[in-house]
Design a protein around this ligand. Structure first.
Ligand code: UN1
Length: 501
């Protein structure tokens, strides 16, 4: 068990055992609020480790797929109960490795709890169809079957929730799993895996190999015995994953970038819209794929909105997420902070107006962390890079508009399509927007973040590849349909021919 004081050397989990990596190398898990604090060391796994994990999952699949789904679900129910008991401890550990504030890491663990209970319920659902046949004395039905070994590659921003979004539906539908979590936040996935193990998952059903993309992720994708891949991360890496899956037609789910917009109409409740823009833009330090990194504001209320929005952003308290007085934590890493810095420069060069922020926070309590001021660019042209590209940091670009048609054009004028929001009191505007916004998720009078686990989650364009996570959509991804015809007529009956007479 990890404690707040003693950094521990963690191991991979393969075939029900905690084992060292064959590589002998480790990756350090450090606190982004204080990089001198080592949370733990985790294996830098290689292809050999990955292949062992996949072999264990392949072997366990033989019996797991035949375990009754309600029995599989009982393990998930037990896991959810353990997560409930240990929520606070796991949230604290998550803040230490990921940086987001405690209220949010509690939310992350809660999302894992919600998903685990939801998918446990699927143990007694997973419905198929029964339907009349076109021929007499013939029975027709469809059933869901598992896919096989699922390779799950998960990001650092929701280090327990997202592994649970993938692992829980995979497991309850009878797949076995190998997870490769992001190297920045391995402890939260370790905690989830440990809970599932404690809940009674048989050896080999769930395996975890820690490490980076090239060392552990690539061999996992390319292993011929992984039948399904689910990846959440950047569009750039998603393309590599997609290409790796294509030659063997591996079932592949990609959840990638976003540049999500909040549209504020002149009839909006202004204070509500500002609450939403602050939470959507700076919650999780802007490091959500659903983050509201663009706000389009009607010109009639533009000046009033900008004034209040900037004042609120200035009042956000930035610091160590374990301190309850803090509103916004650090960026995940030095690299991520560099990306933020470079976009601040890009925005200024493009002529966007830097209304607040724009600097790294240094010295004192900030000396060893990757902190950045909440930053707002105003008067942006929708074509500017800061208004179009995903930054994944505390930077929001504000764009003025005149009509709802213009706002929707701005919203749709980018390559991503995850989430969008409109603040309005006009029902016509709300309905127009929900119809015409080209995203997988639309919010009315709420920010772009905050999806619930029982509804489909995902996006279109460069955000996704046609699949969804969460809810029943996840069950669709982690199963294949099998259609079964039973002819009890005792004679040859030809579909489309013998019923045509
Ligand atoms: C993500 O940013 O990768 O809707 C997931 C939300 C969260 C999940 C975000 N429930 O913002």
């Amino acid at each position: 068990m990890a404690t707040a004081t003693a950094p521990k050397a963690f191991k991979n989990f393969i075939n029900g055992e905690w084992v060292e990596s064959r590589s002998g190398k480790v990756i350090e898990d450090r606190n982004p609020a204080n990089s001198s604090e080592l949370v733990g060391t985790f294996p830098a796994s290689n292809a050999e480790d990955v292949n062992l994990a996949v072999a264990a999952a392949k072997n366990a699949y033989k019996t797991w797929r035949l375990t009754p789904a309600p029995k599989r679900a009982e393990i998930l129910y037990r896991a959810a109960e353990i997560l409930v008991k240990r929520k606070e401890e796991f949230a604290r550990e998550m803040t230490r490795e990921m940086g987001k504030v405690l209220a949010e890491t509690r939310g992350d663990v809660q999302e894992a709890i919600d998903m685990t209970y939801l998918m446990a319920g699927e143990g007694r659902r997973q419905f198929g169809q029964t339907t009349p046949s076109e021929l007499p004395n013939k029975f027709a039905m469809s059933v869901r079957t598992p896919v096989g070994v699922a390779a799950l590659i998960t990001p650092w921003n929701f280090p327990m929730a997202i592994p649970s979004w993938k692992a829980m539906p995979a497991l309850v539908t009878g797949n076995t799993v190998v997870i490769k979590p992001a190297e920045d936040t391995p402890l939260s996935t370790y905690n989830l895996v440990q809970v599932l193990n404690e809940a009674g998952l048989p050896p080999g059903v769930l395996n975890v190999v820690f490490g980076d993309g090239p060392g552990a992720g690539a061999p996992l994708l390319n292993n011929p015995d992984t039948n399904l891949v689910s990846f959440t991360g950047s569009t750039e890496v998603g393309r590599i994953v997609s290409e790796a899956c294509a030659p063997s037609f591996k079932k592949c789910h990609l959840e990638m970038g976003g540049k999500n917009i909040i549209i504020v109409m002149d009839d909006a409740n202004l204070d509500l819209a500002i609450d939403g823009a602050i939470w959507g833009g700076f919650g999780t330090t802007g490091q959500r794929c659903t983050a509201a990194s663009r706000v389009a504001v009607h010109k009639k209320i533009y000046a009033a909105f900008v004034e209040k929005f900037v004042a609120r952003a200035r009042s956000l308290r930035v610091g160590d997420g374990l301190d309850p007085a803090i509103d916004m934590g650090p960026s995940i890493s030095e690299q991520q902070l560099k990306t933020v810095r470079s976009y601040v420069e890009i925005g200024q060069k493009e002529g966007a107006k830097l209304a607040t922020g724009g600097h790294r926070l240094e010295g004192g309590a900030y000396a060893r962390g990757w902190f950045h001021e909440p930053t707002i660019f105003t008067d942006c042209d929708p074509k500017m890079r800061v208004a179009k590209e995903e930054i994944f940091g505390p930077v929001v670009s504000v764009v003025p508009f005149d009509t709802i048609a213009q706002a929707i054009e701005i919203a749709n004028g980018i390559s991503y399509g995850l989430s969008a929001a409109i603040y309005t009191r006009n029902i016509n505007h709300a309905f127009l927007a929900q119809r015409d916004l080209e995203t997988g998720i639309v919010y009315v009078n709420a920010p772009t973040i905050g999806a619930e686990t029982h509804l489909p989650f995902g996006g279109i364009k460069n955000t996704g590849n046609g699949h969804r996570e969460s809810g029943e959509a996840a069950v669709d991804f982690y199963t294949e349909w099998k259609t079964i015809y039973i002819d009890y007529s005792d004679r040859l009956q030809r579909a489309q021919i013998d019923n045509a007479e």
